[in-house]
Design a protein around this ligand. Structure first.
Ligand code: O2Y
Ligand code: MN
Length: 609
């Protein structure tokens, strides 16, 4: 045992650790050669000792206890600020099983590279053993994993983002499947060498082995590159588990919506990055009597329940939300969530020991220390917080968290929503004609890139099911899986969710957004809710069903009839161009796209002719 403050870190494997896990930990330790191994127990004392250790090392800055109790600021290395898609690999045995949306390297080649990089990579550091559960412990939909990491920042963050420690380890036996996740910052320390606050390596690999359900991550300590439970496990590896076991691992938020009459429905919604996903998950309706509550903000695991209905869990226990743009006027719920017990990364520090980022308040503070530790004033000409700065916070402390968010059976999904950021062509809301058409809408999600995203601003990026960066296998197989799921649900004879496409971002000729967004999006949820309840009619068009005149509630909304008309105008040229773009995109899958989806394009073109 080693001690920091009063806590004694556990350096021996507990007697209830399964033998196969102990053997694997020893094997990785023999390669990475850490100075010591700590088996994380997941206790509050351990978390406090870890954060204290990081404060002493300069990795964390403790924030003003009165303004932001038990909260910290971390500043990453300036080169380690986001997920790196170009360094993310799917190492399936066959290239075609990774598909055209992924970087592929043969597993043997990647293993040889990683073995070289991991040899001695943890020298001078502690290797933490972190058993975690994705999903409420004991839920039939939950799955286990173990992350080995030499980053205490990752351990503290994973304690917020997952259920972890002894409560999970006690459930894993030698017969329980669990995913192996190995992570190093890739910065070994020579004897006597002083550490830096944010160790990392210029070389980065985030490698996934779908056949053996393994993740190996080298060189980064940031977000999805290092918190391997999130994108790497809960989406990339889980999508493969889901394919093989007959469920779905999706990049979707989950909300619970309650009508003024007290009727409840749940929706799962997929949006590419920078489309206001967290805002929708925490939406405060502007329409009287409606309530929206949060079940999850990023990932949903969906499966057919014993009742034959589509059910979903949020596999995570926390939010890793983007800070810039989150403010009292845009997302009050998020602002209230992060008042305490939060780890902030790459935001600015105020003179009174609190945090700030662009959009937190309307007025900019007169002086700050920016995310790189430099003095900053409003005249500095650069953002004070990094555009991808984050807050890490427990979902349980979110004021809008739904009472059923940890229901082990999952919540029943009534509607599935696909969104994107499109200045033209895509109406505010469209209902799919049927399940196959809905899957087509999901497979053809695309979004215009924003300044925060990589590449040229305004370029159309294809992002099927908002999963493009997160597929653990060939995306076309995922669409087949969705078609199969529809058939299974129909066979069960119960309620099959309806599928919708939404677009909050359509612009008028003057370049301004036509729809006010934010809380007003509750009007679209109301329409979807009423459609599911069979309460409102819809108009058939070649691209699906849209609200009939007057059926979208605009009461009290400051929107002109022209803007409303433009929001739903069928831009036939744009629609045809989209269909042709989709056909070209499908070609890149070399015959793997299900016929049922290719037929959707033909049907659409025939209707437009
Ligand atoms: O840069 C990162 O690692 C964060 S990316 C992220 C974080 C939380 C939720 N979603 C995402 C995403 O890229 O979809
Ligand atoms: Mn996400």
């Amino acid at each position: 045992m080693t001690t920091t403050t009063e806590h004694r870190f556990r350096t021996e494997a507990p007697e209830f650790a399964p033998a196969a896990m102990v053997a694997w930990v020893d094997e990785v330790a023999a390669l990475a050669k850490p100075d010591q191994i700590v088996w994380v127990d997941g206790s509050q004392e351990e978390y406090e000792a870890l954060t204290e250790l990081m404060v002493e090392r300069g990795t964390l800055i403790r924030l003003n206890e009165e303004k932001r109790p038990r909260s910290f600021l971390a500043r990453s290395h300036p080169s380690d600020v986001a997920r790196v898609e170009s360094r993310t690999f799917i190492c399936s045995e066959r290239r075609e099983d990774a598909g055209p949306t992924n970087n592929w390297v043969a597993p043997a080649e990647m293993r040889a590279t990683l073995e070289g990089l991991f040899d001695g990579a943890m020298r001078g550091r502690t290797m933490y053993v972190l058993p975690f559960s994705m999903g409420p412990i004991g839920s039939p939909l939950a799955r286990y994993g173990v992350e080995l990491t030499d980053s205490p920042y990752v351990v503290a963050s994973m304690r917020i983002m997952t259920r972890m420690g002894d409560q999970v380890l006690r459930r894993i036996t030698d017969r329980t499947p669990w995913v192996k996740a190995v992570h190093t910052v890739g910065a070994p320390l020579e004897p006597g060498q002083e550490d830096v606050p944010w160790p990392c390596n210029e070389t980065k690999y985030i490698s996934h082995f779908p056949e053996t359900r393994e993740i190996w991550s080298f060189g980064s300590a940031y977000g999805g590159n290092a918190l391997l439970a999130k994108k790497s496990f809960a989406l990339r590896i889980a999508s493969v588990l889901a394919r093989d076991e007959g469920w779905l691992a999706e990049h979707m938020l989950i909300i619970k919506v309650t009508s003024p009459e007290g009727k409840v429905f749940h929706a799962a919604a997929a949006f590419p990055s920078a489309c206001g996903k967290t805002n929708l998950a925490m939406l405060q309706p502007t329409i009287p009597g409606w309530k929206v509550e949060t079940v999850g903000d990023d990932i949903a695991w969906l499966g057919v329940g014993e009742d034959g209905l589509l059910r979903a869990i949020n596999p995570e226990a926390g939010f890793f939300g983007v800070a810039p743009g989150t403010g009292w006027s845009t997302n009050e719920i998020a602002m209230r969530t992060i008042q305490h017990d939060t780890i902030f990364t790459n935001v600015a520090l105020t003179d009174d020991g609190d945090v700030w980022w662009e959009g937190a308040t309307e007025e900019k503070p007169a002086h700050l220390i920016d995310w790189q530790g430099q003095n900053w004033t409003p005249d500095s000409g650069r953002p004070a917080a990094h555009p991808n700065s984050r807050f890490t916070v427990s979902a349980a402390q979110c004021p809008s968290i739904a009472d059923d968010w940890e229901d082990p059976r999952g919540v029943v999904i009534d509607a599935i929503i696909f969104g994107g950021r499109r200045a033209t062509t895509v109406p505010l809301v469209v209902e799919a004609r049927d399940w196959s058409h809905g899957v087509y809408l999901g497979a053809t999600v695309s979004s215009e890139t924003t300044a925060a995203a990589e590449g040229t601003v305004g370029r159309l990026r294809r992002d099927p099911f908002a999963m493009a960066p997160f597929y653990g296998y060939n995306a076309a197989d995922h669409w087949k899986q969705w078609l199969d799921m529809g058939r299974r649900l129909r066979e069960q004879g119960g309620r099959v969710p309806r599928i919708y496409q939404v677009n909050w971002f359509r612009k008028g000729a003057d370049g301004r957004f036509l729809w006010p967004g934010f809380g007003e999006n509750s009007r679209v949820l109301e329409w979807i809710f009423d459609r599911v309840a069979g309460k409102v009619p819809a108009k058939e068009t070649p691209i699906g069903l849209v609200p009939t005149e007057g059926s979208l509630n605009t009461e009290g909304l400051d929107i002109s009839p022209e803007a409303l008309e433009e929001l739903f105008r069928l831009d036939l040229e744009g629609i045809l161009a989209d269909a042709e773009g989709a056909a070209e995109y499908f070609e890149t899958f070399e015959g793997r796209v299900p016929e049922e989806l290719r037929e959707q394009i033909e049907t659409l073109k025939a209707q437009l002719a």
